[in-house]
Design a protein around this ligand. Structure first.
Ligand code: NAD
Length: 500
């Protein structure tokens, strides 16, 4: 058998050529076969990457003119657009999502690069002439230095692109730690930054697991941490990194509800439930996993969803299928155990994903979509984030009961309401305790110039990702009060500076 390819870190503008004490295996989830071996960083490798970033920031990136920085951002945008299919193929090979979906995530990432290209406007600050007599006051925002980005497996290109372009545009240098399950797309992005003319060391990638994360979030030179992953790890990263004095935004897990009112267009709602429930095999932080339906229309809606599920093709993401495999065999087994649990707990199993036909070679990590009806809030399939193709229908008697259910859930990432009643939709958007809300839109991921972030257990920290909040996160404010003396001096005055 041919030796597996080695995937390693990207530090100071080139692939790491040092030794690796530890490694892990990367699989193609559609075939179940090992494809490469990944070096896992220890604290020495993290130190090397942080030192490279620190040098790059200090030696010029932090003070490079906005004109020069922006040119690199525009160039990076061109290159990413040129290579988007190649990056999508890397994602499909390691994550398993279908090619169209992988391309979609790169395109959403490109939008953030477009936003970051406007950095001269975003960093303009404010200027008050003559705030006091002969005194001008101006606010500026300056870069932080070295920042860390730690990303999950489910968006290996888009999540790094939520943060890195904005961080870099603001004048920081970055160390990215992608998921050890599918790091190749993130590494390819770092290579494209170099091709775009970014100085070596401004973007580095270290691969690893908890050891690398622990080294990064405690590192004295790392000033800010952007983390995305499951809620327990997000909470841990937030608490640890803030205890080390860092600025942190830690985006966690989700349980996203879609509320369907009796006047909704049920065909639109059924399409949306299937797309948002099973797209990317349910491995999206904005996936709909709980369908909250007012019971007068529940039977009809469940029938429509079941019909649509019958038409889905599941298999290797390179073959034009609708849905690919789960990311690992362990994760597939975990999701399947929830289907077992739901059936045992008394939910009505409308479509059983444990049986399915898959268009793929080998022994991929497949599980077909599952639909449960008459799920109640005490069942584990509702209480836990499953992160797989399992959709639960919860029946409620009214808008109020649906809203209370959603607001009682500890997560608050995304939600959607399906209705033709503008007044109900307006009430919902004001009353629901969730950070991102869709009205007849099932996956309301904000565009790049609005910020992305959930509430409650879906985000620790107070700044959301990208948009103006991203710029705020990656810079710190400074206010200058200046007076140029006129021909005569003011004389001594020991009072607190007041304005005249
Ligand atoms: P994860 O929490 O297992 O891993 C996320 C990152 O943390 C990875 O880089 C991983 O290597 C690292 N990590 C894992 N275990 C760690 C530990 N014990 N200590 C320190 N670091 C550790 O998440 P995942 O399985 O890669 O991704 C799926 C999760 O991410 C889901 O919960 C999903 O909802 C969430 N997610 C949230 C958002 C959002 O915007 N809120 C976006 C995408 C994914």
């Amino acid at each position: 058998m041919a030796a597996l390819a080695r995937v390693t870190h990207y530090i100071d503008g080139s692939s790491w050529d040092g030794p690796a004490e530890r490694s892990s295996t990367i699989y193609n989830p559609a075939t179940g076969r090992a494809t490469s071996v990944l070096d896992l960083a220890d604290s020495d490798v993290v130190d090397t990457a942080v030192a490279s970033a620190r040098r790059a920031w200090q030696d010029g990136w932090g003070t490079m003119s906005l004109t020069k920085r922006t040119k690199i951002l525009f160039r990076f945008h061109e290159l990413l657009d040129r290579d988007k299919e190649r990056i999508a193929a890397l994602i499909t090979a390691e994550h398993g999502k279908v090619l169209d979906d992988a391309l979609g995530e790169v395109v959403r990432g490109l939008e953030v690069v477009e936003f970051a290209c406007g950095i001269p406007q975003l960093l303009k600050g404010g200027f008050s002439v003559n705030a006091s007599t002969n005194v001008d006051v101006y606010s500026t925002r300056q870069s932080l230095g070295v920042v860390a980005v730690i990303s999950p497996f489910n968006f290996p290109a888009m999540v790094p692109l939520w943060f890195v372009p904005v961080a870099v545009a603001c004048g920081n240098a970055v160390v990215v730690k992608p998921s050890e399950k599918d790091p190749s797309a993130t590494i390819a992005l770092a290579e494209l930054w170099r091709e775009a003319g970014l100085p070596d060391g401004v973007v580095n990638v270290v691969n690893g697991d908890r050891e690398a994360v622990d080294a990064l979030i405690a590192h004295p030179e790392v000033k800010a941490v952007s983390f995305v992953g499951s809620t327990p790890i997000a909470r841990y990263v937030y608490e640890t990194a803030t205890a080390h004095g860092k600025r942190v935004q830690a985006l966690g897990g989700a349980k996203n509800h879609m509320l369907v009112l009796p006047d909704a267009d049920l065909d639109l709602a059924a399409d949306a439930a299937v797309n948002a429930g099973f797209g990317s095999a349910g491995e999206r932080c904005m996936a709909i996993s709980a369908l909250v339906v007012v019971d007068t229309v529940a039977d009809r809606l469940v029938r429509k969803i079941k019909e649509r599920m019958g038409a889905l093709r599941i298999g290797d993401g390179t073959r034009g299928c609708d849905m690919g495999p789960l990311v690992t065999s362990e994760h597939r087994d975990r999701v399947r155990s929830y289907v077992d649990a739901g059936a045992e707990e008394g939910a009505e199993l409308v479509v059983d994903g444990r049986v399915g036909v898959f268009d793929a070679d080998g022994d991929g990590f497949f599980l077909a979509p599952t639909l449960f009806d008459k799920v109640t809030a005490d069942m584990s399939i509702y209480a836990d984030e499953i992160f797989g193709p399992v959709l639960s229908v919860l029946r409620v008697s009214s808008y109020e009961e649906g809203l209370d259910l959603i607001n009682a859930n500890p997560y608050g990432n995304g939600t959607a309401i399906f209705t033709n009643d503008g007044g109900a939709a307006r009430r919902f958007q004001n009353e629901v305790e969730v950070g991102m809300v869709g009205v007849n839109v099932p996956i309301p991921v904000p565009v790049a110039y609005h910020s992305f972030g959930g509430w409650k257990d879906s985000l620790f920290g107070d700044t959301h990702a990208y948009g103006t909040e991203g710029v705020h996160f990656f810079t710190r404010g400074k206010v200058v009060t200046s007076r140029w003396l006129g021909p005569s001096h003011g004389g001594l005055d020991l009072g607190f500076p007041a304005h005249d």
